[in-house]
Design a protein around this ligand. Structure first.
Ligand code: PBG
Length: 326
């Protein structure tokens, strides 16, 4: 006890503080989400997410060269299709936007980890994450479609597939389909814990996937529940998930921490669109320091147990790291 114990002794200089720092955020742990759309020469700003765009494949290639130079090593792809239908069939069409993009991107950037978001909501005309029966999302009918998407993405070169639909049993269905088609080495990064969150608001503009009626509360989780998150994680790991995601990140750090303590597969935190937009909005007003707040938010996720962080800030963070070195 004081005066013997003085925690301030280890805080006296930057080098000393670095020496005893418990957690770091490095570029190898970050995943950058990217929105790709059909057409050419397209770079469409997303109003609610300053600095984030929908890209056509050709323009995306230029952007990818830039972000790769900033240190980005893993990219999570979302597609905005040219046509939507009740089945979301462009999601598994070999010439669908994600499959086309994957083939091109892989060829130009073979060293990047290419992750395909696996869901139907951007591709269905009703905007829900599965196939409808009447006005309900039919779980088991959706599994077949999702498995088809996984195979199409793996065939186009996806290094990982990331199911975000929240149907029951989808990890097992996807694993089985991938294995049957010879993709037994393609890992599944499952959005195991995905809350029905208002923090996805800006993403709806970015990915054009707003449900035509109702909401996602019959398949995404109730924000009030923690025990249920552990149940979802147990099921996904048992079904073969290689990595699990907790989403959103900042309002759910308690969940992240419990998930991490419970299982032995890597855990990812998804700092979602609304988290990004709030920081950007406050920073643009000069109300917070963007860089300091982003670094602190990412460190918080690492401290809570995230092995991997999916964040729209990945390229900017890489730029800041390079400035620090210089
Ligand atoms: C689609 C999907 C969503 C996000 C990732 N995949 C939106 C949703 O479920 O409504 C959200 C990502 C973000 O807000 O950044 N299944």
């Amino acid at each position: 006890m004081f005066p013997v114990e003085r925690p301030r002794r280890l805080r006296q200089t930057t080098a000393l503080r670095d020496l005893v720092q418990e957690r770091w955020v490095s570029m190898g742990q970050l995943v950058y989400p990217l929105f790709v759309r059909a057409g050419s020469d397209q770079k469409i700003p997303i109003r609610s997410m300053p600095g984030i765009y929908q890209w056509s494949v050709d323009r995306a290639l230029e952007h990818l060269a830039v972000v790769q130079a900033m240190g980005v090593r893993a990219v999570l792809l979302f597609g905005i299709p040219s046509r939507k239908d009740p089945m979301g069939s462009e999601a598994y069409d070999p010439d669908g936007i994600i499959q086309v993009a994957l083939r091109r991107f892989k060829q130009h950037f073979p060293g990047v980890v290419w992750i395909a978001d696996l869901c139907l909501c951007e591709y269905t005309d009703h905007g829900h994450c599965g196939i409808l029966r009447g006005s309900t999302v039919d779980n088991d009918a959706s599994l077949e479609a999702l498995a088809r998407v996984a195979v199409a993405q793996a065939s186009a070169g996806a290094d990982l597939v990331a199911p975000s639909d929240m149907m029951d049993g989808r990890v097992a269905a996807i694993r089985r389909a991938l294995d049957e088609q010879g993709f037994e080495s393609t890992p599944i990064m499952s959005y195991a814990v995905k809350y029905a969150s208002a923090f996805y608001g800006p993403f709806r503009e970015a990915a054009e996937n707003t449900p035509e009626f109702g909401d996602r509360k019959t398949y995404q989780m109730n924000p009030a529940n923690r025990r249920e998150a552990l149940r979802e994680v147990d099921l996904d790991v048992a079904e073969g998930a290689d990595i699990v995601i907790v989403k959103p990140a900042m309002p759910y750090l308690d969940v992240l921490s419990e998930v991490k303590a419970r299982i032995n597969v890597p855990v990812a935190a998804y700092q979602v669109s609304g988290e990004y937009s709030m920081i950007m909005a406050a920073a643009q007003h000069g109300w917070v320091n963007e860089r300091a707040v982003v670094e602190e938010s990412l460190l918080g996720m690492r401290r809570a147990g995230a092995d991997i962080i999916i964040t729209y800030f990945a390229p900017r963070y890489g730029q800041w790291l390079q400035q620090k070195k210089a």
